[in-house]
Structures are given as structure tokens and as C-alpha cells.
Design a protein around this ligand. Structure first.
Ligand code: CTP
Ligand code: MG
Length: 376
């Protein structure tokens, strides 16, 4: 019995990351951020509560299994942690509070925090030295002070507390960006132990790339190209780049005819050497008849993930006179990215100066490229 519970704050929307799905559900390597966080704490926590974004409780519960409690988080991180505290049922003396966004924090780090609690500390948080000098600034943007860098730490999670102390700190209903600050505010000493670079908070896609390299992904890169074209067909709805385009003529096809999504699937299959769209979802597989481009992208992601590939980036160029993409480019990017587990996606469009099938206005084509990284 470890005497230790864990609360994982995962209810944020990941606004700075910019995907259309919550950050905790972004894929890093072979699993989502929330699954990484659970894997790090499960060996030492006798009870784990996850604070999920509203509407994603079920999806997260299915990912982590029924031994873990999933509750809906709040509108601030502190409120989410309070929802987590309220859901604890075990009789644990200690609690670790962790961010799903710090997916690669190790079990070792959690053990170091817990060990200090067991030695009698009531609040223990991991911290690292600063590389940059930090300034305090006033409202006019002028520097008001230069704190001594040697006395500063950038802090991480998991943060460990005596459970009664954490409850008291949160009973005030206050908000802070970490739990250590709330415990400090009610007059308890907070000890810093050595943190780890791996426990970085994944905030932007660039952080995800850093985390991926920390995960020990091999540097074996594979590229692939995919092309698709469909002719316009009166009476069909147009689906393109994962979006519905009302008032535009649709195209012929076995599925929804989303040439951008199909070209991306082929580029991914090409890079992973897993055949092509036809061999994976072709007419001999009736279950894919009428499947949406987004469904095919999600299935393709599953297939390349199962073959140990992760997406570095995907780019797709749509070739045709219409629809005009410019006004919906960011919507297309975030929709395609969400279907690909939060991958980096670029969407471009061009016409062909009146030449060829698409220039004559007979249809739409797309060409995509993908860069994959083979996991070690
Ligand atoms: N978090 C939470 N409840 C909130 C806000 C944040 O549980 N209301 C969690 C996030 O899911 C994350 C951790 O707190 O694991 C740290 O927050 P942050 O990195 O800021 O994540 P997000 O709030 O999702 O990102 P952003 O601020 O860019 O929207
Ligand atoms: Mg936030």
C-alpha cells in the first residue's frame, strides 16, 4: 500500500496548442498525453482521479480503463484539482497532483516527491534552475526589479502533498497556476526537489516535437506522396479537407469524395509502406462505402500508429477553381489535424491557369505529402 493518491489535471482545452481536441488527447508517440501521465503515476498511486474536459469523460475513461476515476474538471486548473480532491475515495495520507500536459515526467520523479513526503515534508514540488535571467516589469513595461536568478526555480509536477494540507489549501477556493502556491499561501513550507527536463509542460506543437525526441524516437524519417482527383457530379454534397461546403457542387466517389483527406491517407500509407487507399479501404471492403474522409484519416492514423510511426507533418495542396479555400483554411487545418491526433497539418490551394481537368472546372484534385518518424 503506497498510501498515495494521484490527481491528474487534464481538463484544459489546450488553446495555445491550437488543435481542435483537448491537449490531454493529443498523441505523443504511441499513446495520448493522458495515457503517458497515467503510466508514470500508476506504479506508485493506489488511487488515480483524472479531471477531464466536459464531454470527454467517456473517451478518457475508455482510454485509461475502469480502475481510474474520471470526473469533469472546472473552468480553472485549481477548480479542476478541487473536483479531483472531492472524488478521492481512498484513505490515503498523501496525494500527488500532476498535469496531463507534463506527459513525460517519470515514475522516478514521482517517487522522489513521495519519498520527501514520507520523510515528513508536507509539500514537495519539483523544480529546475533557470537558464535565462528573469525581470519583474511594471505596467509601463519598464523593469522594476531583477531577482537573483540563483534563488529562482521553474517548477513542475507531480507536486506532492499531505492530503489534509492540500484540502485546507483548496478550501479557500483560491486560484493559482500550481498547488504549491496555494499551500504556501496558508503558511506551510514547500520543499523543492530536483525536477527533470522531461517533465516539460507540452504547450505548443514545438513542445510536442521536443517531447517526441525525448521519448527516444529514432531519427528514421520516411516521406510519402499521395494524389487524388474526382470529377464534379451534380446533386452530390461537397466535402473537402474534412469540411462540408454548402452551395458547392460535390464530386463522384466511393466515399464522400474528399480528395484532400484521401491524398493525405495515401501519403501516410506511402510513407509507412502500408499499401494505399484502395488496398486498405477499397471497394472489396464494403464497410468503408460512403465513409467520410475524416473517418478514413482516423483509421489511417490507427494503422500507421500500430506500425510504430508518428507523424512529423502533413501538407496537402488542393488543385481546382473552386471552392475558394482561403476563408476556411484555418478551419480545414484544425479539422484535419484533429482527425490525425493533433498532427501538424498545412493546407494550400492553387488553380492551374485554366489547363487540365481541374482548370477546365471539371473536378478537384489534391496532392499531399507526409513525413513520418519510425519509433525506436
Ligand atoms: N487544466 C485543468 N483544468 C483547467 C485548465 C487546465 O485540468 N480548467 C490542466 C490542463 O489539462 C493541463 C494542466 O492543467 O494538463 C496545465 O495547464 P495548461 O498547460 O495551461 O493546459 P491548457 O489549459 O489545456 O492549455 P492552454 O492554457 O494553452 O489552453
Ligand atoms: Mg491553461
Amino acid at each position: 500500500m503506497s498510501q498515495c493518491a494521484a490527481i491528474i489535471a487534464a481538463a484544459g482545452s489546450g488553446e495555445r496548442f491550437g488543435a481542435t481536441l483537448p491537449k490531454a488527447l493529443i498523441t505523443l508517440g504511441n499513446r495520448t498525453l493522458i495515457e503517458h501521465a497515467v503510466a508514470a503515476l500508476a506504479p506508485i498511486a493506489s488511487e488515480i482521479v483524472i479531471c477531464a474536459p466536459a464531454g470527454y469523460e467517456k473517451q478518457i475513461q475508455e482510454l485509461v480503463g475502469n480502475d481510474i476515476t474520471v470526473v469533469v474538471g472546472g473552468t480553472t486548473r485549481s477548480e479542476s484539482v478541487r473536483a479531483g480532491i472531492a472524488a478521492l475515495t481512498g484513505n490515503n495520507k498523501y496525494v500527488l497532483v500532476h498535469d496531463a500536459a507534463r506527459a513525460l515526467a517519470t515514475t522516478d520523479l514521482a517517487e522522489r516527491v513521495l519519498a520527501a513526503l514520507k520523510k515528513g515534508e508536507s509539500a514537495v514540488i519539483p523544480g529546475l534552475d533557470l537558464v535565462d535571467t528573469v525581470k519583474s516589469v511594471d505596467a509601463s513595461g519598464h523593469v522594476s526589479a531583477t531577482p537573483d536568478r540563483a534563488s529562482l526555480r521553474r517548477v513542475q509536477t507531480p507536486q506532492g502533498f499531505d492530503l489534509d494540507v492540500l484540502k485546507k489549501a483548496h478550501a479557500t477556493g483560491a486560484d493559482a497556476t500550481d498547488d504549491g502556491a496555494l499551500v504556501e499561501a496558508i503558511g506551510h513550507k514547500v520543499l523543492i526537489v530536483n525536477g527533470e527536463e522531461r517533465a516539460l509542460k507540452i504547450t505548443t506543437p514545438a513542445d510536442l516535437a521536443t517531447a517526441l525526441s525525448m521519448l527516444g524516437a529514432s531519427s528514421e524519417f520516411r516521406t510519402g506522396v499521395g494524389v487524388d482527383a474526382h470529377a464534379f457530379a451534380e446533386g452530390r454534397e461537397l466535402w473537402l479537407a474534412g469540411l462540408h461546403w454548402p452551395n458547392e457542387t460535390g464530386v463522384d466517389g466511393h466515399s464522400d469524395g474528399d480528395v484532400a483527406a484521401h491524398a493525405i491517407c495515401d501519403a501516410l500509407f506511402a510513407a509507412a509502406q502500408l499499401g494505399d487507399l484502395g488496398s486498405n479501404f477499397g471497394i472489396d471492403k464494403p464497410e468503408y462505402a460512403g465513409a467520410s474522409g475524416l473517418t478514413l484519416l482516423k483509421e489511417t492514423l490507427q494503422k500507421i500508429t500500430a506500425a510504430s510511426y508518428v507523424i512529423s507533418n502533413v501538407s496537402v495542396q488542393i488543385i481546382g477553381n473552386r471552392p475558394k479555400l482561403a476563408g476556411r483554411r484555418s478551419e480545414a487545418i484544425s479539422t484535419l489535424s484533429a482527425a490525425l491526433g493533433g498532427a501538424n497539418v498545412s493546407v494550400l490551394a492553387t488553380t492551374t491557369d485554366g489547363m487540365g481537368l481541374t482548370g477546365e472546372g471539371r473536378g478537384i484534385a489534391a496532392i499531399a505529402s507526409a513525413l513520418l518518424i519510425k519509433q525506436g
